[in-house]
Write a protein that binds this ligand. Structure first.
Ligand SMILES: [Zn+2]
Length: 319
């Protein structure tokens, strides 16, 4: 049996862009910090190259504007360049017009740098929630083909509990559609636990990521989506806050992240997210719209395209 292709993504930003420091580090002071993203992206490029893996780099516009050569370097190495927005503002802190400018501006900037169309978007801190599903309408209007921002979990900053755990097609109010690729979770006792990215990848024992990706691939027959940030492998970065809990969440097990990623790359098959979108069937079993996601009443809470009797979500029905 062919191994399932999983999605590997890097959210390219500086440590001070992380939402953990929102309210503490003002965006007007960002330019005053030492840039550290370049060398860490280059380490990730070398690691991916060693494992012959192409990934998706969701690049923040703010970073791309200051490091266009870095974006070109990633693109030349054969990786997918996608958008992480421009200013790393949480979507539910923006109005629609501002969001349109932020997402559209980042897309245009990246396309100007690489000469290639940008297909994917990931919201800062996964901030597409029930209250901001209009963001998907705008992304589709801007020409994005997929989004990877809806975490099917309960969390204080993000998430839509009950949203599908696996890829599905989202139909916008305007009649367009795009594919949604949710970051990987494991369903345990009625709760979805995030397992394969960012702080969760660092915090849990590595064996948990191995077991979770095995379960998703082999038992659920679905792709897993793993994400890391360049600052998560930066073990010599300066401390950005006096707040002990915040710094702990930001830095826990950073010294293990690079090695864990290397081991995961050796263990599972990975590719860029656009390849997974391309491999999905033309006629997905599940097409969801905003009312269905707002209700959170999807039967079985499973995503579409499962090879094992995928549930068929009827748009607008209340099951
Ligand atoms: Zn981010």
């Amino acid at each position: 049996m062919a191994r399932i292709l999983n999605g590997m993504s890097i959210d390219v930003e500086e440590a001070f862009h992380a939402s953990a420091f929102e309210g503490e580090i003002d965006p007007s002071s960002w330019s005053g910090f030492e840039p550290r993203v370049g060398p860490n992206v280059e380490r990730l490029l070398a690691l991916l190259d060693r494992h012959r893996v192409k990934a998706t780099f969701f690049v923040l516009g703010w970073v791309a504007e200051r490091h266009p050569d870095l974006v070109r370097q990633v693109h030349r190495a054969g990786h997918e360049i996608a958008s992480h927005g421009y200013h790393h503002r949480l979507i539910y802190h923006q109005c629609r017009q501002r969001f349109r400018e932020d997402a559209g501006g980042s897309k245009k900037l990246l396309e100007d740098i690489t000469g290639e169309a940008v297909a994917g978007y990931r919201a800062p801190t996964y901030s597409i929630t029930r209250q901001t599903l209009w963001a998907l309408d705008i992304l589709a209007e801007l020409g994005f083909q997929y989004d990877s921002s809806i975490f099917p979990v309960r969390h204080d900053r993000y998430g839509i509990p009950g949203a599908p755990r696996f890829p599905y097609r989202f139909r916008t109010a305007g009649g367009r559609s795009l594919v949604e690729l949710p970051p990987t979770t494991i369903s345990l006792a009625g709760f979805n636990l995030p397992v394969a990215g960012g702080g969760y990848f660092r915090l849990y024992p590595f064996a948990a990521t191995v077991a979770a990706t095995w379960y998703v691939n082999r038992i659920e027959q679905q792709p897993a989506f793993v994400y890391v940030h360049p600052w998560e492998i930066d073990t010599t970065q300066p401390r950005l806050t006096r707040d002990r809990l915040r710094w702990w969440r930001h830095s826990v097990n950073q010294h293990k992240t690079f090695d864990r990623l290397a081991r995961l790359l050796a263990l599972r098959r990975f590719g860029p997210l656009r390849d997974i979108v391309a491999s999905l069937p033309d006629e997905p079993a599940a097409v969801l719209d905003a009312p269905a996601l707002e209700r959170g009443s999807m039967p079985g809470r499973r995503g579409a395209w499962s090879r094992t009797a995928a549930p068929r979500y009827e748009t607008g029905s209340d099951t």
